[in-house]
Design a protein around this ligand. Sequence first.
Ligand code: HEM
Length: 87
Amino acid sequence: MCDAQGRSIHQFHKDPERIRNIFRALTTGTTRERSTELVLGGVTFALSFTPISSAEGKVLAFHASLRAFPVTSIRAAVASGAAVVAH
Ligand code: HEM
């Protein structure tokens, strides 16, 4: 992780071609947003990826969003009957 700067993000992805296909779909507009969940260390995170485009509509980059709270905890709270409000 300490030598991440200047290197491809795909050093972290076990199947880079699968990730590239997701980016292709976001670039061509086949999908506008990719949302999924990722389990890391027993905690489930909500992920969202969207393209960032120029005024001319050219895709410049991709925005990755990792929800700051563990979804697992929210699910457990909902399952136990608690009212959960997302901000
Ligand atoms: C510190 C940097 C990063 C780490 C450690 C990381 C790690 C991971 C891991 C563990 C996965 C799960 C599946 C797999 O391994 O292929 C994943 C999926 C993914 N990552 Fe990353 N990633 C990083 C940066 C990024 C960035 C900067 C982007 C895009 C802007 C990105 C886009 C994606 C996408 C699109 C997926 C697939 C999600 C899905 O299945 O829908 N990643 N990443």
